[in-house]
Ligand binder design. Structure first.
Ligand SMILES: *[C@@H]1O[C@H](CO)[C@@H](O)[C@H](O)[C@H]1NC(C)=O
Ligand SMILES: *[C@@H]1O[C@H](CO)[C@@H](O)[C@H](O)[C@H]1NC(C)=O
Ligand SMILES: *[C@@H]1O[C@H](CO)[C@@H](O)[C@H](O)[C@H]1NC(C)=O
Ligand SMILES: *[C@@H]1O[C@H](CO)[C@@H](O)[C@H](O)[C@H]1NC(C)=O
Length: 248
C-alpha cells in the first residue's frame, strides 16, 4: 500500500516536471491559421488591384487579329463573361491563400518549428498577454514560437509568401489549367449566342483562345513583377506582427 502510494506520487511528480519543462511556446494550430489568414486577407487586397489590369488586358486583346465583325453587343457580352469568370477565378485563387501561406511559413524550409529553449531568448508571457515587439527583436534564431516568425518576417517569411502566391498564379494560368478552359468555353458560348456569324465562329474561337493564352502569359510576368513590389506590402507588416504576437 505504502509502496504503491509512493509509486503514484513519483509518477505525479514526474508528470508535473514534464509538463513544466515541455515548452508551450510554439505557434499552435490557431496561431498558424490566424497568421495565415492575416497574410491572406491583406495580400488579397493587392491581388484585387492587379486583377483590374488582368480583366482589362483580356477584354482589350480578346479579338485582336479577328477579321470578321464583332458587333458591339457581342463585344459587351464577351466583356461581361470576362468580368464574371475572372472574378470567380480571383475568389478561388485568393480563397486558397491561407492554406498556401500556412504551407509556405510552416512546412517549407527553413521551417518555423521546434523548441525555442536552446538558448532561451524570450520568456513566454502569461496566458492572455501578447508577446512584445522586443520579443520579436530578441528571438534571433528560427524555431516554432510567434516571435521567431516575427523576427524573420523580412528575411524569410514575406519573400517566401510572395514567391508562393506568384507561383500559384502561374500554375493556375497555365494552358492546361482549368481557368483557361472555363474562360474559353464561356466566351465561345457567349459569342455563339450573340450575333457573330455562324461561319465566323470557329475562327473567332481560334483567335480568342490564342489571345487569352498570350494575355495569361503576359499577366503572369506582370504579376510576378508587381505583386508586393518594393515596399508595397510593408503597410501590412505592423498589423500582421501584432496579430502574430497575440498568439501564445
Ligand atoms: C490587414 O487585414 C486585417 C484583417 O485580417 C485588417 O483588419 C487590417 O486593417 C488590414 N491591414 C491593412 C493595412 O489594410
Ligand atoms: C515569381 O514567380 C516567378 C515564376 O512564376 C519567379 O521567376 C519569380 O522569381 C517570382 N518572384 C518573386 C518575387 O518571388
Ligand atoms: C501543365 O503543363 C505544364 C507545362 O506547361 C506541366 O509542367 C504540368 O505538369 C501540366 N499539368 C497538368 C495537370 O497536366
Ligand atoms: C493587351 O492589352 C493591354 C492593354 O489593355 C496591353 O497593355 C497588353 O500588352 C496587351 N497584350 C497582352 C498579351 O496582354
Amino acid at each position: 500500500m505504502k509502496s504503491s502510494l509512493t509509486y503514484f506520487a513519483t509518477i505525479v511528480a514526474i508528470s508535473v516536471l514534464l509538463f513544466t519543462i515541455v515548452p508551450t511556446n510554439a505557434c499552435e494550430q490557431s496561431c498558424r491559421t490566424g497568421i495565415s489568414l492575416a497574410f491572406g486577407d491583406n495580400y488579397s487586397k493587392e491581388v484585387k488591384v492587379l486583377f483590374v489590369e488582368f480583366k482589362k488586358r483580356l477584354q482589350d486583346n480578346l479579338s485582336n487579329g479577328f477579321t470578321g465583325s464583332v458587333s458591339s453587343s457581342a463585344r459587351s457580352s464577351c466583356n461581361k463573361v470576362i468580368e464574371e469568370e475572372t472574378d470567380k477565378f480571383e475568389d478561388t485563387f485568393t480563397g486558397n491563400f491561407a492554406k498556401l501561406i500556412e504551407d509556405s511559413i510552416f512546412n517549407q524550409s527553413p521551417q518555423f518549428k521546434g523548441q525555442c529553449q536552446h538558448p532561451l531568448r524570450v520568456n513566454q508571457p502569461p496566458a492572455g498577454v501578447a508577446w512584445t515587439m522586443d520579443d520579436c527583436q530578441n528571438q534571433d534564431y528560427i524555431c516554432g514560437n510567434p516571435p521567431a516568425v516575427c523576427h524573420f518576417m523580412d528575411q524569410y517569411v514575406k519573400p517566401r509568401n510572395v514567391k508562393n502566391v506568384n507561383e500559384s498564379l502561374k500554375d493556375r494560368l497555365s494552358p492546361n489549367g482549368s481557368f483557361f478552359s472555363t474562360l474559353s468555353r464561356a466566351i465561345i458560348i457567349s459569342a455563339a449566342k450573340s450575333n457573330i456569324k455562324a461561319n465566323d465562329l470557329p475562327s473567332f474561337a481560334t483567335v480568342a483562345e490564342k489571345n487569352i493564352l498570350d494575355t495569361f502569359s503576359g499577366f503572369v510576368d506582370y504579376f510576378a513583377q508587381e505583386f508586393c513590389k518594393g515596399t508595397t506590402c510593408d503597410k501590412y507588416d505592423h498589423d500582421i506582427k501584432v496579430k502574430l504576437l497575440s498568439y501564445p
